[in-house]
Design a protein around this ligand. Structure first.
Ligand code: DC
Length: 654
């Protein structure tokens, strides 16, 4: 896919579970590799940059085993790497090449480190200078000051303090701090310049401490690692959610109404980027903190406010503020962000160029950016992403200005967040929720509306029918709540085109049988079954949008759906429709008396669906009522499309 077209979006609300933090994942992997003992790391980020680190560690002879989803067991090598000869490919992962360079320089082997062309434009000279001061043999294989690098065996001498600059990247200091305990000697690092991005150093020191190595810090200018400390595995570790990634969703809540909640970071987080939430607060956004979550909503009244902020402490999340500036009530200035120039791309130049495509006036300084938003965003901007994951993620927010936006090369998000656009869709993709009783015609109507809009389609009733059928096939009693919920959670069903498969067998017709319908209505009354199917239903919410049909689409599954319709018809009319369906399926047309039974059956089922304690069938207060008793299918479709227009979604879909 060379581009992704985001529709014009109106609102963002909901909850996102964050992927693991990149900064923490790669630091933990390296520390676990250098430590004595086995470390189990859970919730590791699954992304290009962590794969680079995992592959490098394996190449260096470290035992790394996957033990479940995003969980790994690392058998530490208790000191330097066993592999003494390796050529390592580092992609564009700064969090891998910098600390590995330092650790390898002290490992007594021969190594080559290289990356993608952009990696060879990202400076590493300050780190190499630092390592050379203690006798390490690190050479440039290409341009002076940049990767690729060659490392040769050499004995380290730690007599004098190591003097390094801290104003290009804090990762040079992180690399030295993590590697120097391998010498076993006292090591002192002195900064020769102001240190940038200090919160990242706090992450480094915090994680080193968890592995048993403490560092004495005098302000931010001098760091001492006392002699005789060795990394020891703390056993089990969890990676907290990625605070930089949280910034996109929090900004979405501030721009698109909210509340948007991110789970995985909060008051207890050790990542500096959580302070992005405070920056959003200065724009007037409402922020609520929990131990392990943060929630953001739009200002109580009016627009987001303009800002002028020093953002040196949150360089990555600051990019999100540059895009949020498009929604501010005046010019916004981001200061002290020179490090943007040496990241995945020259982010100051890239940000300026792409913001202009949306109509903003942008002034670019050596280490600052001023964004003067236009009164409304320009339509159909095609945003270039410069192989920079954060450019792609940031600019998705522009669609919340109610304009369609094209994101070129959206796959670049894989660097840190492969499923970013699915997660963003979970809070922002428009949903048209169509609820109503059986045989109201909503299935057909919903499908036609989905087709007309080019949206995805969810027939949630099919999931309950599949659960009932799967339970019946497995001999599970339909009133055994725990057992049926287990069936629902594991439901091996697939939707392939028009066909529905269960255990790989086609059941498209089978799930429409009356007894399966009755069974579905029974299992649908079990709270644990409904919970088990919740995430599965929500996963259908993708761009450009979703039409979801069921009983509780608007009330429970997608409560923030911008369009809610309650589609109904008299029981008699629905009975007639069901009777006609049966005739279409081959039943002889001489069974009119059956109609009464059908109507009775429908009434009973309505009563059961309406009386159950969880998610009963009812019209939401904010749903439009469409009574199809006297309508043709075309008229019913037109009525739903009216609701879509009324919700001003037309910009998104026409
Ligand atoms: O829409 P349908 O007839 O295929 O639904 C089958 C059963 O599943 C129906 O009795 C109600 C239940 N159901 C539900 O409880 N919630 C939904 N969202 C969809 C269906």
């Amino acid at each position: 896919m060379d581009h992704l077209d985001l529709p014009a979006l109106q609102r963002a609300a909901g909850t996102v579970k964050l992927p693991g933090s990149k900064s923490i994942s790669n630091r933990m992997l390296l520390l676990a590799a250098l430590a004595a003992g086995e470390t189990e790391i859970r919730d590791l980020l699954d992304s290009d940059d962590t794969r680079v680190m995992l592959a490098a560690l394996q190449q260096l002879g470290v035992g790394v085993t996957a033990i479940g989803t995003n969980a790994y067991r690392v058998s530490g090598c208790a000191g330097v790497f066993p592999g003494k000869d390796a050529e390592l490919f580092m992609g564009n992962a700064g969090t891998a090449i910098r600390p590995l360079t330092a650790a390898l320089a002290l490992s007594g082997g021969r190594y080559k480190l290289s990356g993608v062309p952009r990696m060879h434009e990202r400076p590493i000279g300050d780190l190499v200078d630092g390592l050379r001061q203690i006798g390490c043999d690190v050479r440039y294989a290409g341009n002076e000051g940049y990767p690729p690098l060659e490392i040769h065996p050499a004995a380290a001498r730690l007599a004098a303090p190591i003097r390094v600059r801290g104003d290009v990247s804090s990762q040079f200091l992180t690399a030295l701090l993590m590697a120097l305990p391998l010498t076993g000697e006292t090591a002192v690092i002195e900064m020769t310049t102001e240190l940038i991005s200090k919160p990242y150093i706090e992450i480094t020191l915090n994680l080193m401490a968890r592995f048993g190595v403490t560092v004495q810090r005098d302000g931010w200018g001098r760091f001492t690692i006392p002699a005789g400390q060795r990394y020891r595995s703390p056993g089990l570790l969890h990676v907290e959610g990625d605070a930089s990634a949280a910034s996109y969703f929090l900004a979405a809540g501030a721009i698109g109404g909210g509340p948007v909640r991110v789970e995985g970071v909060g008051l207890r987080s050790i990542q500096g980027d959580i302070r992005f939430a405070a920056a959003l607060e200065t724009m007037g956004a409402r922020i609520v903190w929990g131990d392990n979550h943060i929630e953001a909503s739009a200002p109580a009244a009016g627009k987001l406010k303009a800002f002028d902020l020093d953002l040196n402490h949150i360089p990555d999340a600051a990019m999100t503020l540059a895009v949020a500036a498009l929604f501010a009530d005046g010019p916004c200035t981001l200061r002290n962000i020179a490090s943007w120039r040496v990241k995945e791309t020259d982010r100051i130049a890239a940000m300026a160029a792409e913001l202009r495509k949306l109509g903003a006036t942008v002034e670019e300084g050596a280490d600052a950016l001023t964004v003067l938003p236009a009164p409304s965003l320009l339509n159909n901007a095609a945003i270039d992403t410069y192989d920079d994951h954060r450019m792609a993620m940031c600019f998705s927010l522009a669609a919340l200005g109610g304009v369609p936006v094209r994101i070129n090369d959206p796959k670049c998000v894989a660097k840190t967040f492969p499923h970013y656009f699915d997660a963003f869709a979970q809070i922002a993709a428009p949903v048209i929720a169509i609820d109503g009783p059986s045989a109201s015609g909503k299935g057909t109507v919903a499908q036609r509306v989905a087709q007309a809009l080019g949206f995805h389609f969810l027939d949630s009733g099919a999931l309950y029918r599949l659960t009932a059928l799967a339970a019946l096939k497995a001999g599970v009693a339909l009133d055994d709540e725990a057992a049926v919920a287990k069936v629902a959670a594991e439901l091996p069903a697939e939707f392939v085109g028009d066909k529905i498969l269960l255990f790989g067998e086609e059941v498209t017709e089978a799930i429409r049988a009356e007894d399966v319908g009755v069974g579905a209505s029974k299992v649908a009354a079990l709270p644990a079954v409904r919970t088990a199917l919740l995430d599965r239903q929500r996963a259908y919410r993708r761009f450009p949008g979703l039409v979801a049909d069921g009983r509780d689409m608007g009330s429970v599954v997608f409560p923030d759906a911008p369009v809610k319709v309650f589609l109904t018809a008299s029981a008699e009319a629905r009975g007639e429709r069901r009777y006609k369906q049966l005739i279409d399926k081959g039943m002889p047309d001489n069974m009119r008396p059956l109609l009464q039974d059908i109507v009775k059956d429908l009434r009973e089922r309505d009563a059961r669906d309406a009386a159950r304690s969880v998610a009963p069938l009812k019209q939401c207060d904010d749903a439009d009522l469409v009574d199809t008793t006297a309508l043709t299918i075309e008229e019913a479709v037109a009525a739903v499309m009216d609701s879509v227009r009324k919700a001003r979604l037309q910009a998104a879909v026409f």
